[in-house]
Design a protein around this ligand. Structure first.
Ligand code: TXA
Ligand code: MG
Length: 341
């Protein structure tokens, strides 16, 4: 079975809204990555998301809504949340807040908080308005694998497990949203870095914003139950990972690449200047032409997938600079390289 790829017409949106109202799942485009969406108020519908992804029940979902008003129906918005909403919604910012009772336990993995975001992808926004429901959606990939940033990625990973994919083209951001825990507004904490930095959030709120360190939580693997309940399972050290071993190094020397065998691939931050490297074909890749973090973010998952499918023994990737603009990229590369499982 192959999922139907729907171009975003009025008719398609109406049809997919009906699928969602009936409790079905639909892969949707967002500005960050593709998501696998279902009615967030319907526990059975959300169960289908977990089944399709082989996602452990301990890993809570993000609820997507069309407006701040719709967010207030699922979460208790405090003044800090409203300030961040004004600054960053619609956009790649997810807020963790106390949940309202309408949200079923399966969505939040039994936690008393819920993660909520107003996305900015125009096609997803049209679908949210058309169905009039809050939509729970994790990234549309098998649990633990690289997130999808193109409809083809969803088709390849989940195409035989779901029926519908809404085509919204390539994702503009390419990395999952920033997740900020706002349950204690005086001490906000970034649980997962994304395109919106902790520094930008701190500037809007006027308080310091902590960044939570990645912890290794063994136990939680695709299709397996996690050992203990996780408060923010996106923090699994190994996540967003290709199957091929990935190793991070401070700098890749051209001489090393030229001397290496054909079964080792290299991933640079920017296009290598040495023309002999570009001539090596697919086993030399780069995230951006000139080291731009936004462009690198857009490309990283597609590059990891292509290299992963190349049959290499190992992928060697260059570390990104230790600057706030690269925090999300550093986080994802670090997890992709982690051997925590
Ligand atoms: O950009 C994104 O956030 C994408 C698109 C589809 O919106 N979604 C996404 O979802 O990345 P997912 O399931 O791959 O990551 C959701 C993560 C969970 O793994 C967990 O870390 C965090 O959100 N999360 C959800 N609910 C939470 C809660 N109540 N408390 C703490 N963390 C929570
Ligand atoms: Mg994910």
């Amino acid at each position: 079975m192959t999922a139907i790829l729907h171009r975003p017409s009025r008719t398609a949106l109406r049809r997919l809204a009906a699928v969602l109202r009936r409790g079905g799942v639909v892969a949707v485009p967002t500005e960050t990555v593709y998501g696998l969406a279902a009615n967030a108020l319907d526990a059975d519908a959300c169960e289908r998301i977990f089944a399709a992804k082989e996602r452990p029940a301990e890993d809570p979902l993000i609820v997507h809504v069309a407006s701040v008003t719709a967010a207030a129906a699922v979460a208790e918005l405090n003044p800090a949340a409203r300030q961040l909403a004004r600054a960053f919604w619609p956009g790649p910012l997810t807020m963790v807040l106390p949940k309202k009772p309408v949200v079923p336990a399966i969505v939040t993995a039994g936690l008393d908080s819920v993660a909520v975001r107003v996305p900015r992808h125009p096609v997803f926004r049209d679908l949210l308005r058309e169905c009039g429901l809050p939509l729970a959606a994790p990234s549309a990939n098998l649990f633990g694998y690289v997130s999808p940033t193109l409809p083809e990625h969803v088709q390849r990973g989940l195409g035989d497990r779901i029926e519908h994919i809404l085509d919204g083209g390539p994702c503009e951001v390419g990395l999952e949203s920033t997740i900020v825990d706002l349950r204690t507004p005086a001490r906000p904490c970034v649980l997962r870095p994304g395109a919106i930095s902790a520094e930008e959030i701190a500037k809007v709120l006027g308080v310091p914003v902590a960044a939570r360190r990645v912890r290794v939580l063994p136990g939680a693997r695709r299709g397996k139950k996690a050992g203990k309940a996780q408060r923010a399972p996106g923090l699994l050290a190994r996540h967003y990972s290709p199957g091929t071993r990935l190793r991070l190094v401070a700098r890749i020397e051209p001489a090393e690449v030229l001397a290496a065998g054909r079964r080792v691939a290299y991933l640079f931050l920017s296009r290598p200047k040495d023309p002999r490297l570009a001539a090596l074909g697919n086993r030399v890749a780069w995230l951006s032409e000139a080291g731009d973090p936004a462009e690198a973010g857009r490309n990283i998952y597609a590059r990891l997938r292509t290299l992963d499918e190349g049959g290499y023994r190992e992928i060697i990737a260059e570390r990104v600079p230790a600057a706030p603009a690269f925090a999300a990229l550093a986080d994802r590369l670090g997890r992709a390289a982690s051997r925590g499982r």
